[in-house]
Design a protein around this ligand. Structure first.
Ligand SMILES: Cc1ncc(COP(=O)(O)O)c(C=O)c1O
Length: 395
């Protein structure tokens, strides 16, 4: 009988990566999270995570450096790794490697894909409050952002979406819908039924769906992420995915644009030069993460879920006026602080007087005033101290 080696109890990829680095170690980092504010500020804003890298990622990058393998990227290993991940994690068999393209990162991929499915002046619909860069990136490419607010339950409001689709499709515009799935900042994980309803609406009004699925791997244990392209009726959709958020790889850039069967020709129209942007090291890192980083990801998702519960408890004890609905997606928490009396931008008060940096709600568009976004991807100790500082912030 074949004997399998047991997982060593000290295998670092099986322990919560959020509990492994000290604040002192983290403060030596030079990335934007750690260098934007002075050292007395606790940073829980931008979606970087306070984790060491997954061991397979470290190995892959270190081996590449050792070999001097720092040329241009080649081949389809990244797309194959994503297709394998999609089969294992989401039971989705439909990610066809020939219908993928490597792009520099998710935001630039979104821009390139929107450029081929819309024209200058056309509307791009978003579900506000939403990831702030959606606004300037869309405006910069001469498209118009149209807001279809989330419902009070922080889920897609299909009636509002239909209204926006109907309006956008009038007068011959080629409208697109930039879906954020799971949703940043609320952490909402859209259901298969919701996504199928989106696809049906998009089909009815001739709106092209571009799904930003960068947070897809980061869902609570027991929650099913549903890829947009896997739902019935989504054949003309496009998706942007990468390992960036789940494995903290924003500094080693590479992402994938994935086309549904009826969008392959559109993806083929993305200019070849876009493929010159991604870094070979990025492709190597992302491939290793998706192929071999599942154990690390499980530990991360469990740790984030612990932090969701901890945050809910801490807020209930110390800041009961803050409304928080824990949601299973992303590493982010969206906090309604309107009852604190800190005005439209509570993050400004928490920063200036509490010395804790959160993301300002108004940046997320309509519905963001009075809110803050808190990044849960930190240790329970840092999270506890952050809430203590928030609670101690004078009004
Ligand atoms: C929804 C969403 N899309 C895109 C990005 C940025 O991705 P990239 O660095 O690959 O452009 C982020 C980063 O936090 C995000 O939350």
């Amino acid at each position: 009988m074949e004997r399998r080696a047991p997982t060593p109890p000290d295998d670092p990829d099986r322990t919560d990566p959020l509990r492994r680095l000290s604040l002192e170690e983290l403060r030596r980092r030079t990335s934007i999270k750690w260098r934007t504010h002075p050292a007395d500020v606790l940073p829980l804003w931008v979606a970087e995570m306070d984790v060491p890298l997954a061991a397979p990622v470290v190995r892959a990058i270190t081996d590449a450096i050792g070999l001097g393998d720092t040329g241009y990227p080649a081949g389809t290993a990244y797309a194959e790794a994503l297709a394998g991940f999609a089969r294992r994690r989401w039971g989705w068999q439909g990610l066809a490697v020939p219908r993928t393209m490597i792009v520099p990162d998710v935001m630039l991929g979104i821009v390139e894909v929107l450029k081929v499915v819309t024209r200058a002046g056309d509307p791009v619909i978003v579900n506000c409050p939403v990831y702030p860069p959606f606004y300037p990136f869309v405006a910069h490419m001469d498209r118009r952002v149209v807001e279809a607010p989330l419902g009070p339950d922080l889920r897609i409001d299909l009636a509002a979406l239909e209204g926006a689709f109907r309006q956008a499709a009038t007068g011959g515009a080629r409208a697109a819908y930039l879906l954020c799935s799971p949703h940043n900042p609320t952490g909402t994980v859209h259901s298969a039924e919701e996504l199928a309803a989106v696809a049906a609406l998009a089909d009815r009004y001739g709106v092209r769906v571009v799904a930003d699925e960068i947070h897809a791997p980061v869902v609570a244990p027991g929650t099913a992420f549903v890829p947009y392209l896997s739902v019935p009726g989504a054949e003309s959709g496009l998706s942007l995915m990468s390992a960036t958020k789940a494995w903290n790889l924003a500094g080693v850039k590479a992402a994938l644009a994935v086309a549904g069967p009826a969008a392959a020709d559109d993806l083929a129209r993305v200019p070849e030069e876009v493929g010159h942007g991604p870094s070979h090291l990025g492709v190597i890192a992302h491939t290793a993460a998706l192929r071999d980083g599942g154990g690390w990801l499980d530990a991360l998702c469990a740790g984030l879920d612990d932090n969701r519960r901890l945050l809910a408890e801490l807020l209930a004890e110390q800041l009961p006026a803050v409304r928080y609905r824990p949601a299973p997606g992303t590493c982010l928490a969206w906090l309604d602080c309107r009852r604190l009396g800190l005005g439209d931008d509570p993050a400004a008060a928490f920063l200036a007087r509490g010395r804790v940096a959160l993301s300002p709600g108004p940046d997320f568009g309509t519905g963001g005033a009075g809110h803050v976004r808190l990044n849960l991807a930190t240790s329970p100790e840092v999270l506890t101290e952050a809430v203590r500082r928030m609670a101690a912030t004078p009004t």
